[in-house]
Design a protein around this ligand. Structure first.
Ligand SMILES: Cc1cc2nc3c(=O)[nH]c(=O)nc-3n(C[C@H](O)[C@H](O)[C@H](O)COP(=O)(O)O)c2cc1C
Length: 418
């Protein structure tokens, strides 16, 4: 591992700032050095002294500091690094980045840099879901800014729950390592990173329509009960976001999930497999269709119209019927079939062999197969996938789901390019 890797960490004014102390320590363990800019608001949450002690050099706070300018000018500070990381990326910093403001050291460095930028948003769920933040995030994604998180869950404020928790230090570390890694294919760097002037190469899916399904389906038993599965939608939603960042016009058909709708695309919410098929058919035509949703294979034949009662008599028997096969239906279309149809195979054994059989059975062009037998894949942050096509099998290392998404989109851009 090279000892010369370095990041410029910008710590914004959010409760999650304290997690950056852990992040700096972990980065050091991996041989990645950090220079730190602390915003004025950030100083309310962590002290320059504790940051400096951990980073091993003083941290920067002031744009108009003669000492700092004499030492390393603000422009050089923004460029003498491999990656800029903003954590916590407050609603305020995100807004300033989206509008190109430069009224303090942090935002000036962000505007002056020629390096890639990774942000870890953290804020109250209402702030995250606010139309202004949605717009700003869509702009940042178009600008090629990398994003890790936020996660969903309980917030520091009592009773607040939802998307907005900053990604954990280890998740941010994984995203940093990935961004710094030379393993990222050049095409992926093209749209994940900043290209000078946002050149056409930065948008390899510009002009393409991409349709993606994501999440589980819920199949009703009665008005209050349903059959579900453990799919979180994280992988499908990440692919949708990556496709939008690559310039595609994206429609995401999402089953019931708690992850937020990605910015910069159209999301259609559905519950059951039959609703998902109808939404997919309504969203066609598309150039690329990616079926990442974990669609229930079966539904209850006669869902009860009223809540079923436990009356001490015989146990209810659920009779199941097969759901429509969305992937096979679209792959078999005689007219209007997308040029590239991708299926997902979540398997617990013989992953590649099952995926090869599925590829042949469904008539699609590519299967992204993963082993969901262990804990942590369904609902987790990382994934180990095999790309199974008629040309062979490509196995990728374990990667954050966001990175799997970026690589997959880069791969598909190659296939879909006329
Ligand atoms: C106790 C407290 C916690 C805050 N936490 C957050 C937060 O998690 N995310 C956020 O976007 N803003 C948060 N804010 C508001 C920001 O600190 C405020 O918008 C500030 O101007 C951000 O400045 P900066 O983006 O330059 O760091 C918080 C404010 C207070 C008083």
């Amino acid at each position: 591992m090279s000892a010369s890797r370095s990041i410029l960490l910008i710590i914004g004014g959010g409760i999650a700032a304290y997690k950056c102390l852990e992040l700096i320590r972990r980065l050091k363990d991996r041989g990645i050095s950090s220079r730190v800019i602390l915003t004025k608001a950030g100083e309310q949450f962590v002290t320059p002294l504790s940051v400096s002690a951990l980073a091993g050099e003083r941290c920067f706070t002031d744009l108009f500091s003669l000492t700092d300018e004499a030492d390393i000018g603000h422009i050089a500070l923004s460029r003498s690094t491999d990656l800029l990381v903003v954590a916590p990326a407050t609603a305020d910093l995100i807004a300033k980045m989206a509008t190109g403001q430069a009224n303090d050291l942090a935002t000036t460095a962000l505007l002056a840099t020629d390096k890639r930028v990774l942000i870890a948003p953290a804020m109250n769920p209402r702030m995250w879901e606010h139309a202004a933040t949605r717009r700003n995030m869509a702009q940042l994604e178009r600008d090629g800014v990398l994003v890790v998180g936020p996660n969903s869950g309980a917030m520091a404020e009592r009773g607040e729950n939802g998307p907005g928790r900053m990604a954990e230090p280890m998740e941010i570390l994984a995203a940093i390592e990935q961004a710094l890694s030379s393993q990222v294919p050049p095409r992926a760097i093209g749209f994940l990173g900043r290209l000078p002037g946002g050149s056409a190469a930065a948008k390899p899916l510009a002009g393409k329509r991409v349709l993606i399904t994501s999440g589980p389906t819920h199949e009703p038993i009665d008005p209050v009960r349903f059959i579900a599965n453990r799919s979180s939608g994280k992988q499908g939603h990440a692919i949708a976001a990556a496709a939008a960042a690559a310039g595609a016009q994206v429609t995401l058909v999402s089953g019931p999930v708690t992850v937020p709708d990605p910015a910069g695309l159209t999301t259609i919410h559905v519950e059951s497999a039959r609703e998902m098929l109808a939404a997919v058919e309504g969203a066609l035509p598309a150039d690329i269709a990616i079926f990442a949703a974990a669609v229930a294979d079966w539904r209850v034949a006669d869902a009860a119209p009223e809540k079923m009662k436990k009356d001490g008599g015989a146990l209810p028997a659920l009779s199941l019927v097969e759901n429509p096969d969305i992937l096979a239906t679209v792959a078999a279309l005689k007219t209007g079939r997308p040029a590239v149809v991708v299926g997902f195979a979540a398997e617990t054994e013989h992953v590649v062999a099952h995926a090869q059989a599925k590829l042949a059975r469904k008539g699609c062009d590519l299967i992204v197969a993963n082993d969901v037998g262990g804990t942590g894949v369904m609902g987790g942050e990382s994934n180990t996938v095999h790309l199974v096509s008629r040309d062979g099998v490509e196995t990728w290392p374990t990667l954050p789901k966001t990175e799997v998404a970026s690589r997959l989109v880069a791969h598909l851009a190659g296939l879909a390019t006329p």
